[in-house]
Design a protein around this ligand. Structure first.
Ligand SMILES: Nc1ncnc2c1ncn2[C@@H]1O[C@H](COP(=O)(O)OP(=O)(O)OP(=O)(O)O)[C@@H](O)[C@H]1O
Ligand SMILES: [Mg+2]
Length: 406
């Protein structure tokens, strides 16, 4: 009988917890076979603030995905997204003498140098999530992506170290333990997301990924690898709050009119219409103009995109990003968000949909699932084996590393 394997992803976003389950068949074809979401109670912007409630939220998203897929997530390798303001990145460097210069650089040399890049002094409350080599240097020759087999006496590496707060990470582990999910790997959300919505070529040329969710997470890629990540405090949730205040209506109504009738720029409302919304007082409804709605949304989305643009400019000095911008996350569905993003950044903007895995359109055509699908792709490509300290490969580097570098 053909062997199939299953993989799960849990994305803890600021507006929802999502779980997606995929199955890979003997021919290596992967399809999404289950998904579920739940409100992120017990979390505040991805960080656990109430263990019991957080556990319930994840349980309910997982249960919905399990019902659909038939099976238990705890039996699968599970990739879990982490994000939040506690995430930062540093550059790590390592240098080692090549063990057997006459034979060329071997796997153990690569392993040694990457291990050395992690030996930085971190405060006790921080830990490394990913170690991503950005270039190798052999006897001073820079810009090498794959040093295996090259001749040289000295091997150096520059790596991006993604770091998170120990408490935030441990609390997510505790939630997963309560669900008995033990075969789990924590992955930076932005990095995972890029595996769902960025083309390899764009990452190679240089691109920025803007995940416009409840809050905004920006990441920048060059020469195929992540170079920069930053969580901004503002995002699509702020737009809803502004609409609730501006239209004097409830948060729920504001969310609904924003998603149904919202536009990123007031000038894009060609013919004004009137919309009916509940009054905040709870007594009756009232009529508001769509142009007014757009004029409330515009300054907030503009502010958010201006912050993105400023960060991109800080992160990218000189060479620019010829791969442009990929916009994803629920906020990317706001009508005209891409047009405004093009105006503000002066770069071409593509909308990123997680449609590179086969699956129900409710997932593959919905940018809110970009991170969850990206977590699956990240896991399926086996990158975690190399990029995550403690995931096992450091002790048993094998032939696989060739595949990674080639
Ligand atoms: N059609 C739409 N127009 C505008 N905004 C939308 C639309 N659909 C969803 N959104 C907004 O997208 C946001 C949710 O996006 P998403 O699910 O990507 O966020 P998240 O993953 O929960 O949060 P984060 O990634 O920031 O932690 C909400 O603020 C929601 O209002
Ligand atoms: Mg998200």
């Amino acid at each position: 009988m053909a062997k199939t394997t299953r993989t799960a992803a849990i994305d803890i976003g600021s507006t929802k917890v999502a779980c997606v389950v995929a199955e890979t068949d003997a021919g290596k074809k992967t399809s999404i076979i289950g998904y579920g979401t739940a409100p992120p109670d017990g979390f505040k912007q991805g960080v656990v603030v109430n263990l019991d409630r957080a556990t319930e939220s994840v349980t309910s998203a997982v249960a919905a995905a399990e019902d659909m897929a038939g099976g238990k997530v705890k039996a699968y390798r599970t990739f879990v997204g982490v994000s939040g303001e506690h995430i930062k990145h540093l550059e790590g460097i390592g240098a080692v003498p090549v063990r057997k210069p006459a034979k060329g650089i071997g796997q153990r040399d690569v392993e040694d140098v990457i291990r050395q890049a992690q030996t930085i002094r971190l405060p006790n409350d921080e830990q490394i999530l990913h170690v991503i080599p950005t270039q190798f240097i052999v006897d001073g020759q820079k810009g090498i992506r794959n040093p295996l087999g090259l001749f040289g006496v000295r091997l150096e590496v520059e790596a991006l170290l993604v770091i998170g707060a120990v408490t935030a990470i441990e609390n997510i582990y505790r939630v997963l333990e309560r669900l008995d999910i033990r075969h789990r790997f924590l992955v930076l959300q932005a990095l995972a997301c890029s595996f769902a919505v960025c083309e390899e070529d764009d990452k190679e040329l240089g691109c920025a990924l803007v995940d416009l969710g409840g809050v905004t997470e920006l990441s920048v890629y060059r020469e195929g690898e992540i170079r920069f990540v930053k969580s901004l405090k503002v995002g699509a949730s702020n737009i809803t709050k502004d609409v609730a205040i501006g239209l004097r209506t409830t948060f729920g109504q504001a969310e609904e009119v924003k998603c149904k009738h919202g536009v990123a720029m007031a000038s894009m409302v060609e013919q004004d219409e009137t919309l009916e919304v509940d009054d905040a007082s709870g007594r009756g409804t009232k009529q508001v103009s769509r142009r007014l709605l757009a004029s409330i949304i515009e300054p907030r989305i503009e502010e958010t995109l201006n912050m993105v643009d400023a960060e991109v400019r800080k992160a990218v000095t000189g060479e620019g990003l010829s791969g442009g911008v990929v916009l994803t996350g629920g906020g990317s569905m706001l009508q005209g968000a891409d047009v405004l993003a093009e105006q503000i950044t002066g770069m071409p903007v593509k909308l990123g949909l997680p449609d590179r895995l086969i699956g129900p359109k409710e997932v593959t055509k919905d940018p809110r699932f970009a991170t969850a699908v990206g977590l699956l792709k990240y896991g399926l490509e086996g990158r975690y084996l190399f990029e995550m300290p403690g995931s096992g490969i450091w002790e048993k580097l094998t032939e696989d590393i060739r595949g990674w570098f080639s």
